[in-house]
Design a protein around this ligand. Structure first.
Ligand code: BTN
Length: 318
């Protein structure tokens, strides 16, 4: 799909012979791939006998120059057309002692979600990025981090014009009860020494159609807006909010952002079940504390639940 889109991205007609030659595939295979492109990226392909195929809307592919320009000279940006996972790539660079601030990819072949899940990452459809954050003063700097990243994504999507987006502790971003973005934080190094957090963010931007391999309800910005959006616009807003919020977290801690986060928590006041492996705690979600822990009113009193590899679901959800 990656090669096919790269050929069609200019919006001009390309004959079946030209495409078949370039990709080394048959006419039947070309048509199959065209259908996949339409389904996954939500862009229509026109087929005219004698002329060939063209995309009815131009697909905006990412390029390093523009990404670097948006992120500004203070950030070292890397861009890959394809990668296993931007988080894994960033981790490899850090371990090799190479400097990188943000990694973007057009496609991930082994995108990772929380709790060992896969994160579907089709070519040119969505945003897949990893932001590297050096940790200079240990554990305290990480308190509330994953919630703050969720807040940055929530602010970004609502700034683009979609007010109906909220958060589910610790860092799911939902619209109409469906996942629109996901966040995966990974720590590299030793907290007592020099370490980095790799902040992986996946935002469903233009993905549409039926993607059977996704095992949870999902949506995308395009699906909610009813039209596609420029991924550059999303990146511009996201990076600005992320940097602002991370600076704020570093300067004042999570307590300064606690109220805003609670305000955006879609499950505030709801009866929920927190699961970790085989153990489960049920209670009413009544807020978060200054460390970003979930405040749960249970039958035995108020309990504080730390993030990590936990899952939260509604108590009446079978
Ligand atoms: C989740 O399960 O909600 C977390 C999804 C995180 C996906 C992003 S996409 C960019 C980065 N690279 C990965 O492999 N995962 C994260």
């Amino acid at each position: 799909m990656y090669d096919l889109l790269a050929i069609l991205a200019d919006g001009q007609f390309h004959s079946g012979t030209e495409i078949g030659k370039a990709l080394g595939i048959s006419r039947a295979a070309i048509w199959k791939r065209m259908q996949k492109v339409q389904q996954v990226c939500g862009c229509e392909v026109e087929s005219v006998p004698g002329k060939g195929y063209r995309l009815l809307q131009q697909v905006e592919l990412l390029c390093l120059e523009r990404l670097q320009d948006i992120c500004g000279p203070g950030l070292h940006v890397e861009f890959l057309k394809t990668v296993d996972s931007t988080n894994d790539y960033a981790k490899r660079l850090i371990r090799e002692g190479r400097h990188v601030d943000v990694v973007f990819a057009e496609e991930q072949t082994q995108g990772k979600g929380r709790r060992g899940r896969a994160w579907q990452s089709p070519y040119a459809a969505n945003l897949y990025l990893s932001f590297v954050w050096p940790v200079s003063y240990g554990m305290r700097q990480l308190e509330g981090l994953s919630l703050v990243v969720g807040l940055a994504v929530q602010r970004c999507i609502s700034e683009l014009g979609w007010a109906d987006v909220g958060l589910k502790w610790p860092n799911d971003v939902l619209s109409n009860d469906k996942k629109i973005a996901g966040i995966l934080l990974e720590l590299v190094g030793d907290l007592a020494d020099q370490s980095h957090v790799v902040i992986g963010i996946g935002i469903n931007v233009n993905m549409q159609g039926d993607i059977s391999s996704i095992d949870q309800p999902w949506t995308s910005i395009a699906q909610e807006f009813g039209h596609g959006v420029s991924r550059y616009e999303v990146i511009r807003s996201l990076i600005a909010h992320l940097i602002r919020l991370l600076d704020e977290l570093k300067a004042s801690g999570f307590s300064a952002l606690q109220n805003e986060w609670e305000d955006k928590h879609l499950w505030h006041g709801k009866q929920v079940v927190v699961s970790s492996g085989t153990s489960q705690i049920e209670g009413q979600a009544i807020g978060v504390n200054e460390r970003g822990e979930l405040k749960l009113k249970t039958a035995d009193g108020v309990e504080y639940i730390a993030g990590g590899e936990l899952s939260l679901r509604l108590a009446n959800d079978s």
